[in-house]
Design a protein around this ligand. Structure first.
Ligand SMILES: *Cc1c(COP(=O)(O)O)cnc(C)c1O
Length: 354
């Protein structure tokens, strides 16, 4: 068996994203041994097992295995909302910011952006944004929430906030979707179960390929009738896969073995954030460091973001630009505390120009 080549093994500390995680040895073994069939015919036992597991974990009737988080969100949104309709979302939601305008291009709907607080929408704002029937108005087809919220810094949307939005949506008969790419980070950080979080929404998208270390894949979870319609959207979007059990098998390990350890990533992010906040010229809002994401503003260091990132890379540490003078660091399975203990002096030297 080939040895694992993690980030550290490649001699660099990769904090760009939790998507850079390598599949574990157990995942590689499960892939090699997966029992498979043609999933478009509904005959891949491993895919069926993964879908059933995800539905059970989130307390929903059914699930659909999709190629990516973007495909999962867009399959779900296109199933909920159609041409000329409106989707309410937070102003910097991933579905708006990072999905190549797919809501416009695929569903044909427009996004009504509402500014949130640390990623959470004000239920009164949601209520005010739901359209009354009028010839001038699009129909409000969906409220889409994001938990954890990536651009807000991996913040957890409080359960009470989700419940309040649910009540508003119910009052107007509007369904609610959750972009739960990092739903399990929210669950582990808050102590609420994934099921309790999912209970506040109709449909959820979860990613297996971020902190949970699977090489590929996401799931859309929801009512059986919805998932059957979503299956056709997946097919339409080129997501009908054949012997997909080989990629579903590591997903089963992701959901059963990799969730609890996310607490370690959160503790590491906290540790890193506190060290970064002590560095001259670096500003970190520690209040928003709730899971595995750290946003640092380097505006006062005198370095531009591209300069900063390039010099950091020369010292073997990778991070990403996050707009303006901000940089994002993400902790995950393949970075240890020791890696971070090495990263902090490297960052410090970049700032000192040493
Ligand atoms: C990563 C991410 C997605 C999309 O996942 P891909 O698999 O990269 O398409 C969706 N939503 C959020 C909040 C994400 O962070």
């Amino acid at each position: 068996m080939t040895s694992q080549t993690g980030n550290t093994a490649r001699g660099r500390i990769d904090l760009r994203s939790d998507t850079v995680t390598q599949p574990t040895e157990a995942m590689r073994k499960a892939m090699a041994e997966a029992e498979v069939g043609d999933d478009v015919y509904g005959e891949d036992p491993t895919v069926l097992r993964l879908e059933q597991l995800a539905a059970e974990l989130l307390g929903k009737e059914a699930a659909l295995f999709v190629t990516s988080g973007t495909q999962g969100n867009q399959v779900a949104i296109a199933t909920h909302a159609g041409r000329g309709e409106e989707v309410i979302a937070e102003a910097e939601a991933h579905i708006f910011y990072y999905e190549a305008a797919a809501v416009a291009a695929i569903a044909g709907a427009q996004i009504r952006q509402l500014k949130g607080t640390h990623g959470a929408l004000d239920p009164d704002d949601v209520k005010a944004a739901i359209r009354e029937p009028n010839v001038h108005h699009p129909r409000t087809a969906l409220v889409s929430l994001e938990n954890t919220h990536n651009r807000a810094g991996g913040t957890v949307i409080p359960l009470e906030n989700l419940q309040a939005i649910r009540r508003v949506a119910d009052e107007y008969g509007v369904p609610v979707h959750m972009d739960g790419a990092r739903l399990f980070n929210a669950a582990v950080a808050s102590g609420a179960s994934a099921k309790a979080i999912a209970e506040t929404v109709d449909t959820v998208q979860i990613c297996l390929s971020k902190g949970l270390c699977a090489p590929v894949g996401s799931l859309v979870v929801g009512p059986r009738e919805f998932i059957e319609r979503a299956r056709q959207w997946r097919k339409r979007m080129g997501g009908g896969m054949r012997q997909a059990g080989v990629i579903a098998a590591p997903g089963i390990i992701a959901l059963t073995k990799m969730v609890d350890r996310l607490a370690e990533d959160h503790a590491n992010a906290r540790w890193l954030a506190e060290r970064l906040a002590e560095l001259p010229g670096v500003t970190v809002n520690l209040e928003t460091v709730q899971t595995n994401i750290v946003i640092a503003d380097i505006g006062l260091t005198g370095l531009s973001v591209p300069e900063f990132l390039a010099r950091l890379q020369d010292r073997g540490v990778l991070a990403t630009s996050f707009g303006g003078t901000r940089i994002r660091f993400v902790t995950h399975h393949d970075v240890t505390r020791a890696d971070l203990e090495a990263a902090v002096p490297a960052i410090s030297r970049v700032i000192a120009g040493a």
